[in-house]
Design a protein around this ligand. Sequence first.
Ligand SMILES: Cc1cc2nc3c(=O)[nH]c(=O)nc-3n(C[C@H](O)[C@H](O)[C@H](O)COP(=O)(O)OP(=O)(O)OC[C@H]3O[C@@H](n4cnc5c(N)ncnc54)[C@H](O)[C@@H]3O)c2cc1C
Length: 440
Amino acid sequence: MTTHKELLDLAGIGVGPFNLSLAALLDSIPECHARFFDDKSRFSWHPGLMLPGARMQTSCLKDLVTPVSPTSPWSFMNFLVTQGRFYDFMSLESLVVSRQEFTSYLSWVADNLPSLAFNTPVREISFQKDRFLIRTDNKDFIANNICMGSGKKPYIPPCARTHLSNNCFHATSLNTRRPELAGKRVAVVGGGQTGAEVFMNSLHGLWGKPADIVWISRRPNYEPLDESPFTNQFFTPDYVDAFHGIEDERKAHITQRQKLASDGITPAYLSQMYEELYYQNYVEQGRLPDWQLAPDRELVQMEKNIGGYQLELTNKFQNTRENLTVDAIILCTGFEYCLPEYLEPLLPLIPGGESGQLPLDKDFRVQWDGPGDRKIFAVNAGLHSHGIAEPQLSLNAWRSAKIINNLFQEKHFDLGGKPRLMQWSSWNHISKDGKPRNAA
Ligand SMILES: Cc1cc2nc3c(=O)[nH]c(=O)nc-3n(C[C@H](O)[C@H](O)[C@H](O)COP(=O)(O)OP(=O)(O)OC[C@H]3O[C@@H](n4cnc5c(N)ncnc54)[C@H](O)[C@@H]3O)c2cc1C
């Protein structure tokens, strides 16, 4: 007996902020039958890292919809109005909200969109006859198109991989794990925003008062996020389109040069930290546990013995080796993109896919050997192709709108093409259709 399977125009895998934006924009297109599957029981956004005082690194106007559809009911502004807090919010005079408030907004959207299915892990996607077959724990679906939005995985430095335990773990599970750090010698590894927040919250004794804390950063110093206006141009549609068009070999180098545009510590947070450490060091000694700041160090080896974890660090400033003994290690070492396991049956149809980097066109569409009217999209999977803005929320709505326009081959959202502030592409640049792109 064959069981009837629901046919979808689009199946989304994962409901993080990226696919949630796609779902929110698709809500205005009732003729599209879409479903988005997530393995969690309800919406949450990096709950393990929801630390006290955590703030967004992007404006709340760069929400799920506003940049491409400011009249959508799923905007952050409509959330404020619906919650009855618009006027009080305005008196904050800031567009940078706490991560907790932004999560409340995302959850409000997720709670109200009918196309989302939680508690539904996707196990496998294959192509059968002329459609995608999506196997979940609950039932199977067939879909004409799919969009993968299942996020990234915590990056664990190789030397720490065999040591993962209750005393050596990635920060992504911090809040849910609630570690016991009282009386311990703690190493916080990683010099980005998460490292800063974990260091300060450990210092404040959020998980018990440690004996001492060392904050290790591979970077030459504790470096600020570059939020200046011209740098912010890297997070515009124009820039990302131009970046996509340059030769692949040049892209990694450019992205590396721009690291602090997306991956530094918020300047306000740095100043606040510095002030607190200054007063603790010179005026209010003894209030906090002992601490040490150790920039320009790389964790290269670790071993566990009866005395604790023996860490070996490279001091890159002096080009020497250092040793350190600690009882607990919190890895604030970021995230990495890994091909999702459910994609395995499709991989032979994706040229170059086995390299771990999906070949993505301008519209976030994976190049594959299947029929052209059956499309695979991938979000948060294109740092190598679309550049620095890809893992960020800044262009979330624009990315979703591009996907929708491509999906329907229709201009559901007007994505401009109007002259912008900066000229990224060469005057003489010849586009793929052979026409000079910027000719007068
Ligand atoms: C702590 C933190 C703060 C950040 N703050 C900012 C910020 O302020 N501004 C900014 O621009 N960027 C920020 N970022 C970067 C980026 O916005 C986030 O990483 C964002 O969560 C990426 O969204 P996503 O939808 O791609 O992935 P995720 O949020 O990781 O969502 C993926 C979802 O897919 C689900 N899933 C995975 N596999 C399956 C499966 N097989 N079946 C079903 N579901 C599955 C997961 O459970 C998850 O719910 C932050 C990142 C972190 C870690």
